[in-house]
Design a protein around this ligand. Structure first.
Ligand SMILES: [Zn+2]
Length: 270
């Protein structure tokens, strides 16, 4: 079904992807996905739960219909005819419960880092593929901004590659669960990973950028032509480097991490 809009419809625990953008894990799944319109994807580990064929839903994982949040996802599937006109934010309530379970003192963490909880959008636009050929999902405004930024760079012979865009709360919680299971403690994980709910990537507006042949998310990116170009030109396209050296959040210097801020765009164009 080629006419499925290229958007990710978001619910608390499950995403709805156009089936054509889903990478099958087996020949059986590949055959089903080829006929499917959309696919239900579990956010915590990226596993596909079921495929939506024209007349029915086909399981891709046993007991898929007993997953938490499946009813919400099925309701979203029912009203998923076209891209919604505007982007809304999903509620944050469920996240608080999960942070408590993790043992994270959200108030203390927010005070210490100056970071705020960031809601996920209820849908995301397909913004092309990242350097690993995975679909790059961004907030609709950030997707437009990214295309303009990438095209402008290319005119100056600078190739920008997307490494990572939207990441869900569940994805970030999944990282924490796996590391805790490996025996790391919460503080050790927080030294490297933003607490679930506090990453700008949840908004779909943040983008990790690299250049061909450059490693992903390394400080050495600051010595590239791509970075020099971004420093000069990115603000005019609404992109701001969120974590410069010695930023007040205590987050390590991230020259690769840029966030689309519509307000910045207004300032640049004023
Ligand atoms: Zn980032």
């Amino acid at each position: 079904m080629r006419d499925t809009p290229a958007i990710l419809l978001n619910t608390a625990s499950i995403e709805l992807w156009p089936a054509r953008l889903a990478r099958a894990r087996s020949n059986r799944d590949a055959r089903l996905l080829a006929q499917a319109r959309r696919v239900l994807r579990r956010k915590s580990d990226g596993r596909f739960l079921a495929a939506e064929l024209p007349d029915r839903l086909v399981p891709l994982l046993p007991h898929w219909d007993r997953q938490p949040g499946v009813n919400t996802a099925l309701r979203a599937l029912g009203r998923a005819a076209a891209a919604p006109a505007r982007v809304r934010e999903l509620p944050l309530e469920g996240l608080h419960t999960r942070l408590d379970r993790l043992g994270l003192d959200a108030g203390e963490y927010a005070n210490r880092t100056g970071l705020a909880l960031i809601a996920e959008p209820d849908w995301l636009a397909f913004a092309g593929f990242d350097r690993y050929r995975r679909p790059l999902w961004l907030h609709a405004e950030a997707a437009r901004g990214w295309h303009r930024l990438q095209a402008a760079a290319l005119k100056d012979n600078v190739v920008l590659e997307a490494v990572s865009g939207y990441r869900s709360h569940d994805y970030q919680l999944g990282i924490f669960d796996r590391k805790l299971a490996r025996g790391l403690n919460l503080d050790q994980i927080l030294n490297v990973n933003a607490a679930p709910g506090y990453s700008e990537h949840h908004s779909g507006r943040a983008l990790d950028i690299s250049a061909p042949g450059e490693p992903a998310a390394e400080e050495s990116f600051e010595h590239t032509h791509a970075f020099a170009w971004l420093r000069t030109h990115a603000p005019a396209y609404g992109f701001v480097m969120s974590y410069p050296r010695d930023n007040p959040h205590g987050i390590v210097y991230e020259p690769w991490h840029w966030c689309f801020r519509a307000s910045e765009l207004d300032t640049a164009q004023a």
